[in-house]
Design a protein around this ligand. Structure first.
Ligand SMILES: [Zn+2]
Length: 490
């Protein structure tokens, strides 16, 4: 074919594609929201603020070594729950499970219906001594300043736990009686990833032994964040976690003879290990635009300006390009592939001693659909040094993927839209672990979402310095829980 014809054809097809995109983009608009906005929900923000502030003052720090946990702090927190939420404690039954997990049961009028569960964890991570001085306010002071409530647990996740308690207390005051049984399940060691027998695991097993199957579970994980790009989008994106990545650590080591460093071989065990690291890092897992990423692009795309919509509505054709872009931005890459991070290294114990063993620890965050066994196979395949020893140190498989057409997902979506026309709901993949995965055997509809509006800057203070929450987000957060319970259990 003549070159000019070729160019002409290419131009024509590009024009056709552009035209078809325009047509598509014109019809590709935000879904119509038929439902009306909510009437104002009664919320006691003042009581909530005081209770959250006081809860933050109690140092419920978990530790992998249970003998190092101050259990009296958990007792104190339980006492605070009892004192501040008297109606709830009169109406609901409560059991302590394991060391300090709490299982509340609000009996529904109709025992035939499957119960719903709202999850949370009472524990927080410690504040490392070296960063203590960087805090603008005491991390365990529960101080309110500059429009924020400051302290460890302000967003992870005493805000959520107190929010659930607050909403139930208010619902009882309002005279609400649930049709469906409602469980409030608050673990005590969610932050200990490697905990063999977590409070959440025990509670799930206890429910299972009693023959309970849950209709739905709501836990932390997703958040609601403003997405503002001038001229393109000005919305709040509510990411509802429908799955969470798995986690595992492998040790890869090279054995060697050791000896005195004055007579070394060309490559010590550490030197050989350097090639092993290159093999691992040089063979990243394949990236893939999953249905979750597709869902986010589609939902966000629908709410952008016409020009941006013209691009985003055509994700199918753009998939290869989107994949390349996402793969090269670390934060985005974690959405499209199992990630590999070589995190720890070990050689000999002294500068003048040859290592008898050199080892690295590699941390993987596993995409749903993949298994820890696949990671092990991958390591055996890509590491060329056949002396390398590969050992699994521990981990959790990725979660199942919850459906987006369930009653619970639709309820979350509907509540978000009706609370604010500028909210956009999208399914989301949670990078860290949550207690929710423990309930997979007794529930198919597991969602991870915390309804307090925050920005990325605040979100990054999770487990970090100056953890804090905007007090302006309290009212809608509590109202969300009230509406969620009324919709799903009413
Ligand atoms: Zn948490």
């Amino acid at each position: 074919m003549d070159k000019k014809v070729k160019i002409g054809l290419a131009a024509a097809s590009a024009c056709c594609l552009a035209a078809s995109n325009m047509i598509k983009a014109a019809s590709y608009v935000p879904e119509k929201k038929e439902s009306s906005p909510f009437e104002d929900e009664r919320v006691d923000v003042e009581r909530y603020t005081k209770n959250l502030s006081d809860a933050i003052k109690i140092k419920t720090i978990s530790n992998i070594d249970e003998s190092k946990v101050d259990w009296s702090a958990f007792e104190e927190l339980h006492k605070l729950f009892e004192e501040r939420y008297p109606l709830l404690h009169k109406t609901l039954s409560v059991e302590t499970v394991g060391k300090a997990s709490l299982m509340y049961k609000w009996e529904g009028k109709n025992p035939e219906l499957e119960p719903i569960a709202l999850l949370g964890h009472q524990d927080v991570v410690p504040v490392s001594e070296s960063t203590q001085g960087d805090w603008e306010h005491d991390p365990f002071g529960g101080e309110i300043a500059d429009g924020y409530l400051w302290g460890r647990g302000a967003i992870d996740m005493k805000n959520h736990v107190i929010g659930v308690l607050e909403s139930v207390e208010t619902l009882i005051e309002d005279g609400f009686e649930p049709e469906r049984t409602v469980y409030l399940l608050f673990g005590h060691n969610e932050e200990i990833v490697a905990a063999k027998d977590s409070g959440a695991h025990r509670m799930a097993k206890l429910l299972e032994s009693r023959g309970v199957r849950l209709d739905s579970v709501l836990d932390e994980g997703g958040a609601i964040l403003p997405v503002k790009v001038k001229g393109i989008i000005n919305k709040n994106l509510a990411g509802i976690g429908i799955a969470e990545k798995g986690y595992c650590d492998f040790e890869v080591s090279i054995p060697a003879k050791g000896g005195h460093s004055s007579a070394p071989p060309n490559h010590t065990a550490l030197g050989e290990l350097a090639d092993v690291i290159k093999d691992i890092e040089g063979h990243q897992f394949k990236s893939e635009i999953t249905s979750i990423v597709d869902g986010i692009l589609e939902r966000v795309g629908r709410n952008t300006s016409f020009l941006a919509r013209n691009i985003l509505c055509n994700t199918k054709a753009l998939k290869p390009l989107i994949k390349v872009i996402m793969k090269n931005i670390p934060a985005a890459a974690s959405f499209v592939r199992t990630t590999t991070a070589v995190t720890m290294a070990q050689g000999s114990p002294a500068a003048n001693v040859l290592p008898q063993k050199a080892a690295v620890t590699v941390n993987f965050r596993i995409m749903p659909g993949m298994k820890i066994a696949d990671i092990e196979k991958h390591l055996h395949k890509v590491i060329r040094n056949k002396n390398a020893e590969i050992k699994l140190l521990g981990g959790n498989e990725p979660s199942n993927i919850s459906p987006t057409d369930s009653r619970a997902f639709k309820a979350i979506e509907d509540i978000c839209y009706r609370m604010n026309n500028d909210n956009v709901v999208a399914p989301y993949l949670v990078m860290g672990g949550t207690d929710a995965r423990n309930y997979q055997d007794i529930c198919d509809n597991i969602y991870r979402y915390s309804p307090f509006l925050m920005d990325t800057k605040l979100l990054l203070t999770t487990h970090g310095t100056n953890e804090r929450i905007e007090t302006a987000s309290f009212k809608d957060g509590i109202a969300f829980f009230k509406r969620y319970i009324k919709t799903l259990a009413g």
